[in-house]
Design a protein around this ligand. Structure first.
Ligand code: XMP
Length: 310
């Protein structure tokens, strides 16, 4: 792929579609939405408003880090605090697709409000080809694929969606990011799903359970960073198990570590993590997240497993 040509074509296309109107970009700080946002900013300048929804499901320090990284690029983000709204939407939901649906509606409701407030007509979204393939293939309903799940944003929320990356795969998106001058910390980031840590919790998503998986995720990312996996994270199980603390029985949480190698996220293989790294992870997670009594490493490829747990 010729990244330069792609950028020129998309910039012209975005300019033509948006015309004199305003657009909003939904930035999550992940690779795809970052690249889509910078592309749109190049096309629209001050006609683009960039918002970052703090849904309470991000990784440690993520809202501040994303804000700082984009400030360096001369882009001012507006952070929309919507944590309570997302937790309310997810309350009591156990089924994976129910959780995805609840997240999706909360997401577009918050966005819809912001679009109306700022009188924007367009929403720029970082959907990529793999998101569309997975949703159409009935694997799972990615949060941002609306045509398949019957959300008409124009009728329901008053805006049209522009998806400049929808024909690209992850490695092309990274190439475009590099060509656009994004810092490596952004375009080389691990993929992180739109519904964020909610995809890494089996059972109910509550603030306490998110905090637990957030801490474990930071440890997994720190310890596995030298291996540069495609994606690595922690998952919180719904069942509890028996362990020991200070010589006494302790009933606690189970964390699964998932780390995979992949090109395009359509297939993936487990990362061959050295044994000493795995045992260190188990030690760190059980001591730094004391409610966890067991840590396991997941060894399933995709297929038959998917990368995320919901
Ligand atoms: P799965 O779990 O389907 O994930 O093997 C494939 C890739 O997609 C990411 N993923 C998502 N990304 N919204 C996103 O933006 C979603 O709803 C979503 N679900 C999964 C996942 O992290 C992996 O990189």
């Amino acid at each position: 792929m010729d990244a330069k040509k792609f950028i020129d074509k998309q910039v012209a296309e975005i300019k033509r579609t948006v015309g004199q109107h305003k657009a909003i970009s939904a930035l999550s700080g992940g690779v795809d939405s970052s690249v889509a946002t910078i592309l749109a900013h190049r096309a629209l300048g001050p006609q683009l408003k960039v918002i970052f929804i703090d849904d309470g499901l991000m990784r440690e320090n993520e809202p501040d880090e994303v804000k700082a990284a984009f400030a360096q690029l001369g882009l001012d983000l507006e952070v929309i605090e919507a944590r309570a709204e997302f937790f309310e939407a997810l309350k009591g939901k156990i089924d994976p697709e129910e959780k995805r649906k609840a997240f999706r509606y909360a997401f577009y409701k918050v966005f819809g409000r912001e679009v109306i407030k700022s009188q924007a007509r367009f929403l720029i979204q970082g959907t990529i080809a793999a998101d569309i393939i997975e949703t159409r293939g009935g694997i799972k309903t990615q949060h941002n694929i609306l045509e398949q799940i019957g959300i008409d944003t124009e009728k329901g929320f008053g805006f049209k969606i522009i998806e400049p990356l929808k024909e690209l795969f992850k490695h092309d998106v990274r190439q475009v990011g590099r060509e656009l001058g994004l810092p490596e910390v952004i375009f080389q980031r691990m993929p992180f799903p739109g519904p964020a840590l909610a995809t890494r919790i089996i059972g109910e998503v509550t603030p306490e359970r998110v905090e637990l998986v957030r801490k474990a995720t930071r440890i997994v990312e720190e310890e596995l960073a030298p291996l540069r996996p495609f994606q690595a994270f922690a998952v919180l199980m719904n069942d509890m198990a028996t362990g020991l603390a200070e010589g006494k029985r302790k009933f606690g949480q189970i964390i699964i570590i998932r780390s995979v190698e992949s090109q395009d996220a359509l297939t993936a293989q487990p990362t061959p993590v050295p044994w000493d790294v795995l045992t260190k992870l188990a030690r760190r997670i059980t001591s730094e997240v004391p409610s966890v009594v067991r840590v396991a490493y997941e060894i399933t490829s995709k297929p038959p497993a998917t990368i995320e747990y919901i």
